[in-house]
Design a protein around this ligand. Structure first.
Ligand SMILES: *[C@@H]1O[C@H](CO)[C@@H](O)[C@H](O)[C@H]1NC(C)=O
Ligand SMILES: *[C@@H]1O[C@H](CO)[C@@H](O)[C@H](O)[C@H]1NC(C)=O
Ligand SMILES: *[C@@H]1O[C@H](CO)[C@@H](O)[C@H](O)[C@H]1NC(C)=O
Ligand SMILES: *[C@@H]1O[C@H](CO)[C@@H](O)[C@H](O)[C@H]1NC(C)=O
Ligand SMILES: *[C@@H]1O[C@H](CO)[C@@H](O)[C@H](O)[C@H]1NC(C)=O
Length: 630
């Protein structure tokens, strides 16, 4: 009896759905007449047969839509050898996609909600539109490497990791072009290509879709039914059949109970309790969630001899994944499960940021174990040559040559410029220092630890410990007022660049009394016209004085105490790399270290302070709340 009523209601709801959809259908047909869209969005409907979709906020919805588009493009590429639909069909392609999306989320106008412009769907990376153009841009050896890593089922994390790692290096090495909008850009191209041609299962395979486009259709069947039940429940309410209200209440209860038991089971099974709302999709295309057992196996159960670094946040371990690749694992200490959702989100954002000068995040793990408590671990590629700090101040012996230092400076600047302007959303590193710039086997620099500063214990009591601890790297406005912008990173970069040029540490120890900032010391030389005296003596293969001096001037400009005197990272790259002249350096009003006590005192008594006295400098407002947060 019960079942019969539900069946009836289900049919009713179906007919209502059809009615609701029909005008859209005709609209679509109209558009099709004028300029047909060759993309087959139906692929997505086939993969997610029911209205099985997590409820997402707009940002995640847009990401989901973008990933879905890439999958469709990949299928199109496989069939037609073309990445992009013809330009004239851009309008109708958006309409077609929108009508599909609206079957899942009502009234979602893709272009206006996600900020996508109409032509973007027909524009790609560096004017590459066909398979042969892509293969001309990327050498065959690199594509062979991709095929070797990606021509297998990508359902499990380990093969997926090898595949995505080889893909992201392609983008960094051969497709450096700027993004055109954010629909399909150079980052996405290798993934679109690999799903179409390198993986013989093709883009519509569940494992491929999950690994390369982060669209998880594997767990679809059970939840699909659930959604149907929701539709029925809605109809019940609309019809206003009072009698059935009782039924639906009973039913909701049942559904909830089922969900609760399912969740319990999930927790038991994975031994984790991430409460992220994005379980089935995530922001990045490449992130892997490792189980605690996998991590334990990789590090020989966190063996002491695997420790390669220690910090306030915890230890860094060396490890080997089952596929033989070496990784660095950063294990945060004293975490509680409470922050996991934001941690997971942050890690996913970070993982979506890929650049040749940024350390690639492979994956992460959050778990609660009976013995060791709550665990948070991130997994990155291992860098063979340690950090810039090791080479400048450690026991590495040989002095870095000028060409190597130049490469490190430029690469670091590029990595940071990408964080600030290439990543979406922009990421402020907050903790740039020589020990956070790692070097691979070819001495290509890789910026590490971006975006994670807020999860380290230092991050919470930033003001006191950071100013005392790594004083010299932190921009004055950030240290004093908690004012955090991209330009705080520029300051820290300037300090690292000075260390690299002078071989002196951020804080130069002076025999009598207070140490001096390397930035102040360098400025004192530059203003006397002795910029070359900043450069370390006996540096092998020193470049021409003009070039070396330019580097010194850029470093001094970046480490200017005034926020607005500093260039942006984009400008820094241009100045270091091209013939862009360095602007004249504004006078520095005060030596920071000598006056820091005075400034702090005046700030805490008056509630606001000026970083510097002369006119034209911005006063910074001091907000108590801000500081305690950081
Ligand atoms: C549908 O097509 C007609 C002509 O065939 C055109 O006048 C009308 O504007 C089109 N409607 C839409 C919504 O594209
Ligand atoms: C895409 O870029 C536009 C502007 O370039 C921006 O407004 C929009 O938020 C971006 N959308 C997504 C999903 O990142
Ligand atoms: C792409 O093509 C346009 C015109 O067709 C041209 O102006 C532009 O320079 C090209 N870009 C690249 C990266 O080749
Ligand atoms: C991938 O493997 C299949 C068989 O496993 C083979 O037929 C196909 O040619 C391979 N593709 C590439 C690109 O290597
Ligand atoms: C989901 O159901 C379809 C048939 O309805 C089946 O072909 C597919 O294998 C199922 N997927 C999973 C992951 O169980």
């Amino acid at each position: 009896m019960c079942r019969f009523i539900f069946l009836l209601l289900f049919l009713l709801s179906l007919s209502q759905l059809l009615i609701a959809l029909s005008p859209r259908r005709t609209l679509l047909q109209n558009a099709t007449v004028s300029s047909p869209c060759p993309l087959k969005f139906d692929v997505l409907r086939r993969l997610a047969p029911d209205s099985k979709r997590p409820n997402l906020d707009t940002r995640s919805e847009c990401q989901y839509i973008r990933q879905g588009l890439r999958l469709v493009q990949s299928e199109y590429l496989r069939l037609t050898n073309s990445f992009l639909p013809p330009f004239e069909s851009a309008e109708s392609c958006w309409d077609a996609y929108e009508s599909l999306v609206n079957e899942y989320v009502s009234n979602f106008n893709i272009r206006s909600r996600c900020g996508f412009q109409t032509p973007w769907i027909a524009r790609g990376c560096m004017n590459i539109t066909t398979r042969s153009e892509f293969e001309a841009a990327v050498p065959p050896s690199a594509l062979d490497e991709v095929a070797a890593a990606c021509n297998q089922s990508l359902l499990n994390s380990s093969p997926c990791a090898s595949c995505t790692t080889s893909l992201s290096s392609i983008q960094a090495s051969y497709l450096p072009g700027p993004s055109i909008g954010n629909v399909s850009d150079c980052t996405a191209y290798p993934f679109i290509y690999a799903a179409a041609f390198s993986n013989h299962f093709g883009p519509t395979d569940e494992g491929t879709a999950k690994c390369l486009f982060n669209l998880d259709f594997t767990s679809s069947n059970s939840s699909g039914k659930k959604k149907k039940k929701i539709v029925i429940a809605v109809v019940v309410v609309i019809c206003g059949v009072v009698l059935l209200l009782g039924f639906s209440g009973f039913w909701l209860l049942r559904r909830r109970r089922a969900r609760i038991s399912r969740r319990k089971w999930n927790n038991m099974r994975s031994d984790t309790n991430v409460s992220s709302g994005l379980e089935s999709i995530s922001a990045s295309t490449t992130l892997i969630r490792f189980t605690f057992d996998e991590i334990r196996a990789a590090t020989k159960n966190f063996s002491r001899e695997n420790i390669i670094g220690k910090g306030g946040y915890g230890n860094v371990y060396k490890g080997v994944l089952p596929d033989g690749s070496e990784v660095a694992l950063k294990r945060f200490k004293n975490c509680s499960a409470a922050g996991d959702a934001s941690f997971t989100h942050e890690v996913e954002v970070i993982a979506s940021v890929r650049h040749v000068n940024l350390v690639a995040l492979r994956g992460y793990c959050t778990a609660t174990t009976p013995l060791e408590g709550h665990q948070r671990i991130i997994v990155c590629d291992l860098m063979k040559n340690g950090s810039v700090h090791d080479h400048l101040f450690g026991v590495m012996g040989k002095k870095l040559s000028w060409p190597t230092r130049q490469k490190i400076a430029l690469g670091t600047a590029r990595g940071l410029a990408y964080l600030h302007y290439g990543a979406q959303p922009a990421i402020i590193h907050r903790d740039i220092k020589a020990s956070n710039i790692l070097l691979d086997e070819k001495f290509e620099p890789k910026v590490a630890d971006f975006g994670l500063a807020k999860f380290t214990p230092e991050g919470t009591t930033h003001l006191s410990t950071r100013v005392a601890g790594t004083m010299g790297y932190v921009a004055p406005e950030y240290a004093l007022y908690g004012q955090l912008t991209e330009r705080s990173d520029v300051y820290s970069f300037g300090v690292v660049l000075l260390e690299l040029l002078s071989g002196k540490k951020a804080l130069i120890a002076v025999n009598d009394g207070q140490p001096t900032l390397v930035a102040d010391w360098a400025w004192s030389l530059v203003r006397k016209g002795r910029a070359m005296d900043v450069v370390e003596e006996g540096m092998p293969d020193l470049g021409t004085p003009e070039v070396v001096e330019k580097y010194v001037l850029v470093a001094v400009l970046c480490s200017h105490p005034q926020l607005y005197a500093r260039p942006t990272m984009d400008q820094v790259v241009k100045m270091l790399d091209m013939d862009v002249p360095v602007p004249s350096i504004p006078e520095r009003p005060l030596s920071l270290i000598a006056n820091i006590d005075d400034i702090e005192r005046s700030v805490s008594s008056s509630g606001s302070g000026h970083l510097s006295t002369p006119a034209g400098y911005q006063p910074y407002t001091f907000e108590e709340q801000d500081l305690s947060e950081r």
